[in-house]
Design a protein around this ligand. Structure first.
Ligand code: GH3
Ligand code: MG
Ligand code: MG
Ligand code: MG
Length: 315
């Protein structure tokens, strides 16, 4: 069935175009044992520019989901040889949570139980075949919008707005895993806390805006230098933390010292001219300790670096 109700203002048309542009980045998996039903659904999705993958049964769908971690939505039939749609959904939910993948169940059967079973096993939505084309598109879009909201909320919850680095909350969550892994496998782990020197003076002298630019500069340098080998975060105002797994103090020390020198030797181009700054760092290496204690030790060492004149590493 087709219901014709197009967009009726220029803004709605522009919003629809913007959506189409974004759809091109989105992968959707269509699961149906009937080739004609599969093609019908896939073609509807392709008219909205989605990237469509197809599977003819549950097993194939599971393989494709494992191969493509970036599939955002699955539309699945109920009656199929092998796994039923409901069984497939239950299996998928054991490894792919709702915030990563939305699932829409489809069925031609008349039983009212099927939609309840789909939803109960972890599907987000259900449509009875045959369906209204417009309703199909609305439901797909609504489910995609919810995923986009969740992505935005997650990004905002995990990253620092000013520097774009992971925030302390995200760092601690990931650091727990890294720390537990190091303890279990018995490899070394280094915790580092870095703090900009006399940062208050920079704010006082040049203004908060320039202070922000300095923070961004430092964050960028820090993640460029250490982002690949470990966890980096903005720990607090002008404090940053690093967790470097699999390396000894002797191995990281020269790199950290060189980094502090590089920071001290460079300057940040700002609206008030070139601004030079330095940073201090404290390092702790006690793999037997809890993560909290390691960070506390790194903070104690940082205090020592400050006491000893700043612009240096203490460990
Ligand atoms: P020390 O060398 O002992 O660390 O001295 P400090 O001046 O860096 O330390 P202090 O803790 O006295 O001051 C930190 C300053 O950092 C105060 C605060 O206003 C500033 N700050 C914290 N977050 C931000 C931010 O996001 N932007 C800007 N511009 N300043 C910030
Ligand atoms: Mg079928
Ligand atoms: Mg400081
Ligand atoms: Mg500080």
């Amino acid at each position: 069935y087709v219901l014709k109700e197009g967009p009726d203002s220029l803004n709605e048309i522009l919003a629809a175009l913007e959506r189409l542009r974004r759809n091109r980045e989105v992968k959707i998996l269509v699961v149906d044992d009937s080739a004609s039903a599969r093609t019908l659904v896939s073609d509807l999705l392709r008219t909205h520019l989605y990237q469509v993958l197809e599977a003819e049964d549950g097993e194939q769908a599971l393989t494709m989901l494992r191969q493509h971690a970036d599939i955002r939505l699955m539309v699945t039939d109920f009656s199929m040889p092998g796994l039923s749609g409901v069984e497939l959904v239950r299996e998928v939910r054991s490894f792919r949570p709702r915030q990563r993948l939305a699932i829409v169940g489809l069925s031609a059967e008349n039983s009212p139980l099927i939609s309840a079973r789909f939803i109960k096993s972890g599907a987000n939505d259900f449509l009875r075949k045959p369906f209204l084309v417009e309703e199909f598109h609305c439901r797909i879009r609504q489910n995609m919008e919810i995923l986009e909201y969740l992505d935005t909320i997650k990004r905002m919850a995990e990253n620092d707005y000013l520097t774009g680095l992971p925030n302390r909350y995200h760092f601690i969550r990931r650091a727990r895993t890294t720390h537990a892994e190091a303890v279990k496998r018995g490899y070394p782990l280094q915790a580092v806390i870095l703090d900009l020197d006399h940062f208050k003076r920079i704010n006082d002298q040049y203004g908060h805006n320039v202070g922000d630019q300095v923070l961004k500069n430092f964050a960028l340098r820090l993640s460029d230098r250490f982002g690949r080998n470990g966890l980096v975060c903005r720990y607090g105002g002008e404090e940053f933390a690093l967790l470097l797994p699999g390396v000894s103090t002797a191995q990281v020390r020269p790199g950290l010292e060189a980094f502090l020198q590089e920071v001290a030797g460079a300057s940040v181009p700002t609206e008030k001219g070139e601004v030079a700054y330095t940073a201090s760092a404290g390092l702790a290496d006690t793999p037997g300790e809890s993560l909290e204690d390691m960070l506390k030790d790194a903070d104690t060492m940082l205090y020592q670096a400050k006491q000893s004149g700043r612009n240096q590493l203490a460990c």
